[in-house]
Design a protein around this ligand. Structure first.
Ligand code: UDP
Length: 326
């Protein structure tokens, strides 16, 4: 019973590998290190392999006697995907097709997949439930929806079962400070705010102040990375116990505006964190909040760190430790 964590050098994948191993699972990591970090992998058997290299992926699955796959490896920036659709469809969608093909050859029938809120596009009704029609607005969202659809087709044709987990805004860091968020370049709100708190940036620009929200800034649904990951093991257990394929939102079902996140970060860090209000960022919906009741009811999922101060506090511990010596 070995689990292949694809993308295990990335932010969420590295947390998953650590958590699964702490829960007694044998973990093997596969990553092409295009955006991930070698030092986030720890002591797990590691293969520097690109998913599009079908024979190499198949060889890893065979050699390590993999019984289930968790797939975290994808390019994930909305704006970048608009500018570079080829890279997104190739890396994300074609990568998934090759992975499914390799799994099919070896009759590995369980896959847990990192999907995204971006598959929904603009939704009128909040909180978003899993059954609303998906109309992604970017190549990123579309590449991920295609990946979900491929898994569904493989289930129908070959009985390969999947759980697609649609993440809202993953944030925070490992409680022990060993892992956290570090993208290069960084584009996400909380790490940029924390960079400013550390003095590595002069100010944070808040994108848009004229949204139809109480303070005019976008509202997002933040979820602690450790809560996010616990749902993955529950999803795997569902499949291992013979459960059907399923799709779940992973979210807190509560929203914070960009200015509220900034205010909470000022409280947590005690730093001034200068900010300026800027133009809207293309493609940002005003509000994204998800209904999380399906995952709670069907997976028995529990949110344990559902407080924005705790989420930012854990991110801050990691951020200081990792970037504080610059
Ligand atoms: N944001 C911002 N300034 C930044 C980075 C992000 O105002 O320097 C805003 C962004 O426009 C969005 C929110 O923060 O309204 C969350 O963005 P992020 O990129 O963290 O996550 P996303 O919602 O795009 O997945």
């Amino acid at each position: 019973m070995s689990i292949l964590v694809v993308g295990g050098a990335g932010y969420i994948g590295s947390h998953a590998a650590k958590y699964l191993s702490e829960k007694g699972r044998r973990v093997v990591v596969l990553d092409n290190l295009s955006t991930g970090h070698r030092d986030a992998i720890g002591d797990f058997p590691f293969y520097e392999v690109d998913l599009r290299d079908l024979d190499a992926v198949e060889a890893v699955l065979r050699k390590e006697k993999i019984t289930a796959v968790m797939h975290f490896a994808a390019k994930s920036l909305v704006g970048e995907s608009v500018a570079m659709p080829l890279e997104y469809y190739d890396n994300n969608t074609v990568g998934m097709l090759r992975l499914l093909e390799a799994m099919r050859r070896l009759e590995i029938n369980n896959i847990i997949f990192s999907s995204t809120a971006a598959v929904y596009g603009e939704v009128e009704k909040m909180p978003i439930t899993e059954d609303v029609p998906c109309r992604p607005k970017s190549p990123y969202g579309s590449s991920k929806l295609m990946m979900e659809e491929m898994m569904q087709a493989f289930d129908q044709a070959y009985g390969m079962r999947y759980v697609a987990l649609r993440y809202f805004n993953a944030a925070g860091a490992a409680k022990d400070g060993s892992l956290g968020e570090r993208h290069s370049p960084e584009t996400h709100l909380i790490p940029i705010i924390l960079d400013t708190a550390l003095g590595r940036r002069e100010k944070i620009e808040i994108f848009g102040s004229d949204y139809p929200t109480p303070d005019g800034t976008c509202i997002r649904d933040y979820i602690h990375v450790e809560d996010l990951i616990s749902a993955h093991l529950l999803a795997l257990e569902r499949l291992e116990q013979g459960g059907d394929s399923a799709i779940y939102n992973l979210a807190s079902q509560s929203g914070f505006s960009n200015l509220e996140v900034l205010a909470a970060a000022r409280e947590v860090t005690g730093a001034e964190i200068p900010h300026v209000m800027g133009e809207r960022r293309a493609g940002d919906p005003a509000v994204l909040i998800a209904d999380n009741r399906k995952a709670i009811a069907e997976l028995g999922w529990e949110l344990k760190h559902n407080d924005i101060h705790e989420i930012i506090g854990d991110a801050w511990n990691f951020h200081k430790k990792f970037f504080g010596q610059d």
